[in-house]
Design a protein around this ligand. Sequence first.
Ligand code: NAP
Ligand code: GLV
Length: 319
Amino acid sequence: MINYGDVVTFMTIAIICVNKDPMPWYEALKAVDPTLNVQIWKDDDPPSDAEFALCWNHPAGVLQNFPKLKCICSMGAGIDHFLADSLLPKGVPLVRIVDPALAHSMFEYLHAAVMRFVQNFDHYMREQSQSFWCQRRASTKAATTVGLMGLGHLGEYAARRFFDDGFKVLGWSRSEKSLDGVETFCGAQSLDDFLSQTDILICLLPLTPETENILDLATFRKLPIGASVINVARGAHLVDADLITALDEGHLNGACLDVFREEPLPSTHRFWGHSRILVTPHCSSLSDPFSVTPQVVQNYRIMQSNGQLLNQVDPMRGY
Ligand code: NAP
Ligand code: GLV
């Protein structure tokens, strides 16, 4: 509640999410501040006075029903779901989640996915299904080069942790970076050089017009033969048919995919039954409502006082 002289105004946070339970978010917001006015959106709701929207995969156009919005906040790190909505209210600032716990859980997933390739577990799972006994010498961390596409909040943390764990680490970003122990590459002109030295490619890019379809056959063929790919960014980074081709022609060893063009991944999709692909259900790093709502409420307060929002994204840049 804000008291402007004799005018008392209740400001509202609207939770708008699809395929995600809003209740943990509601409870986490109330745990930060029990006096907050929080509304959970339902698709037959009339227009709302909420000034702050906390969203995940909101239905396109729905934010038009919030004419007083002063801030739109993603429940996660990505904001591509906002930019895909051509009816997104113009000029309303967009903010996203930047959370050390999100970076940590992403690294834990990536480390497990990388070690699965290093220890040949992907081969053993296939061979087990045929009762086939075949010893393989595991690779070593020092002999394995992990290449991270994206050195932002999540990519930089993962790069540092892989280096600390003994891997050779390369990173590719849009702007120049300097990271101890990590060989960095920037811009389109250095992509081929980066790819040619990468054994396990990890995509941690935001989805933008420049990065859409970046994981295509041309990219895969620039990796060394036997390389593996992990996509934890967005499904539209990957050209699905090209991945199958690169695996089936033997250029790629395997893939671990956490994100898909359509989610849930349709039961008829070829990825489910491909012996060289591990599918996980967009779970590599889930925002924990209790970890991230303090920053959501902080931004809500900043919005109320017309201050400089935290973790604001640039819609022109796309991330
Ligand atoms: P971020 O901090 O915005 O970092 C993005 C990185 O990508 C930056 O290093 C940026 O380069 C680089 N980049 C952007 N466009 C590029 C281009 N055209 N060429 C080369 N590099 C480019 O993002 P983040 O917080 O690390 O998150 C990354 C993505 O992970 C999110 O957008 C989301 O899609 C995904 N994600 C997935 C999950 C999951 O559960 N699967 C969870 C969280 C996030 P500069 O540093 O030079 O700007
Ligand atoms: C999850 O995909 C996120 O963007 O946080």
